[in-house]
Design a protein around this ligand. Sequence first.
Ligand code: GLU
Length: 307
Amino acid sequence: MDYQLILNEIAEEIMSLQDKGKVANYIPALENVNPEQFGMSLTLFDGTQYNVGDFNTLFSIQSISKVFTFTLALKFYSTDLYKRIGREPSGNPFNSLVQLEYEHGVPRNPFINAGAINVTDTLISYYGNSTNASKEIIHFIQDIAGQPSITHNEIVSTSEMDHGFRNMALANLMKSFNNLDNEVHDVVETYFQHCAIEMNTKMLSRAMLFLSNHGMDPISGVEYLSEQQAKRVNAVMLTCGHYDASGDFAFHVGLPGKSGVGGGIVAVVPKKMGICVWSPGLNAQGNSLAGTLALELFTSKTGMSIF
Ligand code: GLU
């Protein structure tokens, strides 16, 4: 299959949509990103990459980081993790407080904000303190992306910390239900730091390979998760990876995937490749507008959905 040709066609076809979405402006440090950018990368199991557009531009990975923190928490805590975090789609906006109150401080899944904050809490406990947790999360991401230069943007994480009242509220609510072990401030700060990690589409498509290959990186041979755990991460990406638009993403794209409000989306084609697309303009549900369409075009043109 001529992947380069397919990527070129997709870039051409989504061009008219690039300025249609709205850049996330609830994080002040993100609102100045030019919405008219688009990049897409594929990484195959032998490391071959195909790219189009702004694939070298670093962007804020935001909620895509939740795939990596969930991976680490699952590795360390296994099924005990589900005592404190569910694995059902929320059908609610990513930062909803109402559902968390009804469900006694147990977040629906590890990808809504409350769930991801809870996952970060488990990693702080595992690594002993928040400084170590932040370091180890970045180290893990550098490892799976094969890029030691990856780091987080302090301006973005500080901006989120200054305006993250709702995330603070979610963490406080969980603490009030005894479902948060560490200090609210430390947990939320560590959470914002991993959201503020910057990568490009090349690095992120590479980082998805272990999930396309039953938990083992096909290039380095390192087993990051057991086959069964990798299956779980992919299943939660499919059912919960796009907040209240997860059903829509499965319907149109048909791949496990995870979006972030920075405009990135990662996706997994089992046994074949990792994919990342980025375009900062978001649709009403907070997912990249052009990016979602690009992935739909990809599975339509290649027939590579899981269905
Ligand atoms: N840091 C963002 C927040 O907590 C992540 C949201 C997202 O990417 O969906 O609001």
